[in-house]
Design a protein around this ligand. Structure first.
Ligand SMILES: [Cu+2]
Length: 177
């Protein structure tokens, strides 16, 4: 999080305000699906008109234990989609992987609150350690992408380190199968 991000956040909050917060609150109940494939809100979001374009892509690829699962590799990463909500949560907040997998996270911010997405060893993610892979400043309806290879048993985690968000609980867990 930097000064520019804070300024942008303020502008976005003032400009976008209540209506988008309301939309976010409708969408965000999402699923909490630990496999990251539950997109029950997709139809509703598509129906919201201007937001439809952001949701036209496929859902997350099947995870371990699901039909059609193919482990992600560096040559062909598995895509996991995550929504960052105005309620300072990630949906899903648990992602299951197979040891050694390479995952491409596609993280979309719903609503006017700007978010970040950091992923890696849980201790580094918790401490916001410099150099830990991160997507910065994901603005409203923007999607950021980050590819990460999970080497070793973990523990791994992800988090948003916009000021106050991690402290509010904006974090997720990587379960290694
Ligand atoms: Cu955040």
């Amino acid at each position: 999080m930097n000064g520019r991000g804070l300024a942008w956040l303020g502008t976005a909050l003032v400009a976008s305000g209540i209506a988008l917060l309301a939309i976010g609150s409708v969408i965000s109940p999402a699923t909490g699906d630990p496999t990251g494939t539950g997109w029950t809100g997709a139809g509703m979001m598509g129906g919201a008109g201007m937001m439809g374009g952001a949701w036209s892509g496929p859902a997350s690829a099947p995870g371990p234990g699901q039909a059609g699962f193919v482990a992600g590799t560096q040559a062909a990463p598995r895509v996991v989609r995550i929504v960052a909500t105005p309620q300072l949560r990630f949906s899903p907040d648990v992602v299951t992987i197979q040891a050694g997998e390479t995952i491409t996270f596609e993280v979309t911010t719903m609503g006017p609150t700007v978010h970040e997405f950091m992923v890696g060893p849980a201790a580094d993610v918790a401490a916001d350690t410099a150099g830990t892979p991160e997507i910065e400043d994901i603005g409203m309806m923007q999607t950021g992408s980050l590819t990460y290879t999970f080497t070793g048993p973990g523990p791994f985690a992800y988090a948003c380190h916009v000021t106050g968000h991690y402290e509010a609980g904006m974090m997720g867990t990587i379960v290694v199968q």
